[in-house]
Design a binder for this molecule. Sequence first.
Ligand code: LLP
Length: 392
Amino acid sequence: MATQFPLKAFEHLRTPFYYYDLDLLRQSLDVLKNEARKHRVHVHYAVKANANPRILSHVQMAGFGADCVSGGEIRAAIQCGFSADKIVFAGVGKADWEINLALEHDIFCFNVESLPELEIINELAAQKSKKARVALRINPDVQADTHHYIRTGSKENKFGINLSDLESIVEAAQAMAHIDLVGIHFHIGSQITEMNNFAGLAARVNDIQERLLRMHWIPEHVNLGGGLGIDYHHPDEAAIPDFADYFATLRRMLKLRPEQTLHVEPGRSVVGQCGSLIARVLYVKDSSEKHFAILDAGMTELIRPALYQAYHKIEHISTANNADFQKYDVVGPICESSDCFGKEVELPLLKRGDLVAIRSAGAYGEIMSSNYNCRPNPAAYFSDDLQGYNQA
Ligand code: LLP
């Protein structure tokens, strides 16, 4: 389904802002829910992708759990009604207050990334006379075909417990009085579109489970993290990711015992396509070399192109049928050369005041915005509220 922009409403709104297509979000959540049920997969939405309360409550209403990486995310999830017994808590640097907060709420599970962290969780749980439920995040040393900044599952990354330490940390955890060792956890990276990568992870997990079996330990659950990518080039044609293929791949490749549950932590694939950043053209600057379209949105609102050289489709949404095209470098107003959304982007002729949509910005967009250059946070608007204005 194609996102329809309510242009008449947009005319009255101050740019830049995020626009969320809630119909698309609801449809994506429906598909995800049905496929998860069919393949018996427990879904914990990765809050880091988008923690806008309105988005969070839609995800929560679909019945999913939450994957949190900070005390702030745990609070946001609980405030939006996520049940604590579906919250997982990951991260290499959990502070004591964050561990205490998670213990107070009796969350489903800590995804533990190192021995020193495990020791502190044991100590803090002891102070509360509780047992912390723990999954060990193991670094599977599997390469993912994605940008190196968002690749996490190989040896040189800071994430997870090294495979060579597997047996010793399992033994250590089992010996701790206030740790209840319940699972194993993995995450190899983000924006992964090659199903082979997930198949490779599943194969590695099978080997790891063999090793654990030799120690007579069968984890209650296996969590394969997030990472399913979206199609940034076709936000309308591929609006809903292929959750069926993803789950089928995992189920086909992974050897689980009937009593073991399978968990995943998708973020981008849930919310990525439902959000667009809407900006206005401030100036068109022509030089002998280039045409620059200077927008009122910049890397402060959407940092992905500057940080990861990420591609986002840029659309000129003010004109329906302008036949003349021009190539533009589409840039923001921030004092950094990397503040560029796209180079040599072919668009219908732009002029001052025209509206531009930067698509597929629902994940890691609004949440990663910053106040650099003392810029205010972007507003967010939702299709449900602007429906009366639809142009159709
Ligand atoms: N689980 C863990 C342990 C993670 O580290 C992540 C993402 C996820 C789940 C969710 O992954 P997803 O399904 O969204 O791929 N800011 C970057 C992405 C960073 C991802 C960090 N971890 C970007 O804009 O591409």
